[in-house]
Design a binder for this molecule. Structure first.
Ligand code: PNS
Length: 159
């Protein structure tokens, strides 16, 4: 059983995330999407909401499941019998940080990291940009799953 993890904050999940998750799912038996609950950050969506939105966005991918996690991703990997971490690389600007994190995770726990080069359609995309543009009336409808668009519009209207 080749089980891998796609970790992230997913605040909220974008079409770029879904692309990386579905490509990881094509290559492995099972993908766990691990949603980080970081007590030091104040996200727009709670971890429960982020998990729910991801479950909806990946509902057509039978070998994908979504869980939350806290602490180190390598500990989550050990606890769930995970072979490797799968991350998307959008551009060279992602590379330095991702390389350092991959080396640290390998050094600490022997956990490998595999990189998927982002589809150029989504190379510019990030959850932060989506939130910034949506906040000021930008059209992000082609950039996030439909359920996210509804929740994002509603959440921003409450603020
Ligand atoms: O979507 P993000 O915020 O870019 O995701 C970052 C994430 C969750 C993948 C990364 O911060 C992470 O793996 N955090 C878990 C804590 C951890 O293991 N840190 C040590 C990495 S060297």
């Amino acid at each position: 059983m080749r089980r891998v993890v796609c970790p992230g904050s997913f605040d909220p999940v974008t079409n770029g995330h879904v692309d990386v998750i579905s490509r990881a799912a094509n290559l492995h038996d099972e993908v766990i999407v691990a949603v980080l609950r970081n007590p030091n950050k104040s996200p727009l969506f709670t971890v429960e909401e982020r998990v729910e939105l991801l479950r909806e966005a990946t509902s057509k991918l039978p070998n994908v499941r979504v869980e939350r996690f806290e602490g180190l991703i390598v500990d989550f990997c050990k606890a769930n019998d995970i072979t490797a971490i799968v991350k998307g690389l959008r551009a060279v600007t992602d590379f330095d940080y991702e390389m350092q994190m991959a080396q640290m995770n390998y050094n600490q726990a022997g956990v490998e990291t595999l990189f998927v080069i982002t589809n150029p359609l989504y190379a510019f995309l990030s959850s932060s940009l989506v939130k910034d543009f949506a906040k000021y009336g930008g059209d992000v409808s082609g950039l996030v799953p439909a359920a996210v668009l509804d929740r994002l519009t509603a959440r921003l209207a409450e603020r």
